[in-house]
Design a protein around this ligand. Structure first.
Ligand code: FMN
Length: 278
């Protein structure tokens, strides 16, 4: 079952899927699974493996986009350590014209994540580093205002973690509304903007708005998780929009699947089927 959502265990398997996606007109946003590491050795090992991923993508004739979680690079141990590890990855990505998007994790880590991103983007001048904002967080519009002058490479998502009502909207309508607001604000300010949602109606609202505003298609794209919403993706790709699949691979599958199950309980069926088949 899991193969439907994860490219495999190894870098080689991931690269094979990248090629298959490209054959369908879909780009990849490759993610080495792993998060919440608790030792410097582990964080350094993940960093080395991600550098290897970037270099391998550099040998293929496709866009080189990856996504990383800062807790995989040691954010919980020391934010400066995570920054140094991310810098190594950005240097490798620069050499192959690659882009690195920094995933947004749960709300106790929002400040540290934004600090690392901003230090590298603003103080150190890395242009190949993107950030994610979650529309369920009440703070996100203010966070966007604070970085808008940088024309951030931004992915807008609803948010995948269980958050308390003090920090996060719980109302679907409000979360959608704020999603659209974040996307429009960033596009209007000139930043490259990606949606990260499978909700077809939301994708359509963004698409129609961007077309009506005459925003060039190179300035936005639609990102999805690998294995979900095949027809919607193919339809967009056929119309000439950029579609990018978040493509996880590696050994650390558990947290990724837990979040996907929480989002879509119907996925449980696939888990059970997979288990029944051994
Ligand atoms: N959720 C996060 O909390 N942080 C992320 O960095 C993040 N990245 C995502 C990237 C992509 C391409 C997609 C499609 C989703 C991502 N999500 C992330 C998950 C969304 O927040 C959300 O939980 C999930 O997409 C389900 O909502 P939907 O019905 O709008 O798709």
């Amino acid at each position: 079952f899991a193969r439907r959502y994860v490219a495999g265990h190894t870098l080689e398997e991931a690269l094979d899927v990248v090629k298959r996606l490209e054959d369908q007109g879909i780009h990849a946003l490759v993610d080495l699974l792993g998060e919440m590491v608790t030792s410097e050795e582990e964080a350094a090992a993940f960093t080395g493996e991600i550098v290897r991923l970037v270099q391998a993508l550099g040998t293929l004739p496709y866009p080189r986009w990856i996504s990383v979680k800062l807790t995989q690079l040691g954010l919980d141990l020391d934010r400066e350590l995570a920054r140094d590890h991310l810098r190594r990855i950005l240097d490798a990505a620069r050499k192959v014209d690659g882009v690195v998007q920094v995933d947004m994790e749960d709300s106790p880590r929002t400040d540290a994540t934004l600090w690392v991103w901003r230090t590298l983007r603003e103080e150190e001048g890395y242009e190949n580093v993107g950030i994610v904002l979650q529309s369920y967080l009440k703070r996100s519009p203010a966070d966007l205002q604070a970085i808008l002058h940088l024309k951030p490479n931004l992915r807008v998502v609803k948010g995948a973690y269980k958050e308390p009502a003090e920090v996060a909207w719980q109302d679907r309508g409000k979360i959608r509304e704020q999603f659209l607001e974040l996307v429009r604000t960033n596009l209007a300010a000139g930043g490259h903007t990606a949606t990260g949602t499978h909700e077809a109606a939301l994708v359509e609202e963004v698409r129609a708005w961007a077309e009506a505003e005459g925003i060039p298609r190179e300035r936005y794209e639609f990102q999805f998780l690998y294995g979900i919403r095949r027809e919607l993706k193919q339809g967009l790709a056929l119309q000439g929009y950029t579609v990018r699949d978040y493509l996880p691979y590696g050994e650390d599958w558990y947290p990724y699947f837990s979040r996907r199950l929480a989002e879509r309980p119907e996925n449980l069926l696939f888990v059970l089927r997979g288990m029944a088949q051994g």
